[in-house]
Design a protein around this ligand. Structure first.
Ligand code: KIV
Length: 275
């Protein structure tokens, strides 16, 4: 669907599944994701037409005050997935597996089952080719998986900081190859975080699963932002984020504006993008 013909977002009328999102990719229709952590925000997101809710381990930084996502525990993730689930019965809920809870396929299976039983419809895990057997194992056992490539925050110490990934040819080709392998292994979604927009476009064209960008330009199939950034709660907001509360005036309006700007291709603009 051409960007300009998409209408303002309204409340979700039926539950969103991974099939809904695949059909949207095929139709060229953008979908909207918000990382959030509690029932009232989850309810507002449903009313604002947000298709996917990510209960991200970013909650370690946005809610719990840690300086990275590494200290986040399974118990914290489950607590927040349950809260989000209580607030929303239409959006697709995705729960992060926290640091070092999916280091082996067996460990991933045990912990993914707990997140699913807390109310998530799928789990998200960070990493490249090494995760292909894990994706296949979860997928074969009925657990949809969202892969996460580019700036994977659980690896911040390996990267030496929160830095854009895939800027050089070798790094870009590695991320593209990882995306292809995870797609073939059965991943259902792919988050691309802080990668050049041209690389995100190439990956989006190369894989069958929908891609969700954050700091990856406008050519991905969807966008995700963290609720704290949407509402201007972040002291030093990242370049790729935008405070939608300033223009909208209230929280439901900010969510609707974000959703509408994603669907119409207004957000992200070049100022939110790495070239
Ligand atoms: O944890 C999170 O919220 C995330 C998004 C920033 C993609 O992984």
């Amino acid at each position: 669907m051409p960007y300009s013909t998409v209408q303002a977002s309204s409340a979700l009328s039926k539950p969103i599944s991974i099939l809904t999102l695949r059909k949207m990719k095929e139709a060229g229709e953008k979908f909207v994701t918000v990382a959030l952590y509690d029932a009232p925000m989850a309810a507002m997101a449903q009313k604002s037409g947000v298709e996917v809710l990510l209960v991200g381990d970013s909650l370690g930084m946005t809610v719990l005050g840690y300086d990275s996502t590494i200290p986040v525990t399974m118990e914290q993730m489950i607590y927040h997935v349950e809260a989000v689930k209580r607030g929303n019965d239409k959006s697709l809920i995705m729960g992060d597996l926290p640091f070092m809870t999916y280091a082996t396929p067996e460990q991933a299976m045990t912990n993914a089952a707990r997140v699913m039983q807390a109310g998530a419809h799928m789990v998200k895990i960070e990493g490249g080719a090494w995760l292909a057997p894990t994706v296949q194992m979860l997928s074969e056992r009925g657990i949809p998986v969202c892969a996460h490539l580019g700036l994977t925050p659980q690896s911040v110490n390996k990267f030496g900081g929160f830095r854009v990934q895939g800027r050089d040819d070798e790094g870009a080709e590695q991320i593209l190859e990882d995306a292809r392998l995870l797609d073939a292994a059965g991943a259902d979604l792919l988050v691309l975080e802080c990668v050049p927009c041209d690389l995100a476009r190439r990956i989006t064209e190369a894989v069958s699963m929908p891609t969700i960008g954050i700091g990856a330009g406008k050519e991905t199939d969807a966008q995700v932002l963290v609720i704290n950034d949407i509402l201007g709660l972040t002291e030093k907001p990242p370049k790729f984020s935008k405070n939608f509360l300033v223009e909208a005036g209230d929280i439901p309006g900010a969510l609707r504006k974000y959703a509408n700007d994603v669907k119409t291709g207004v957000f992200p603009s070049p100022e939110h993008t790495f070239g």
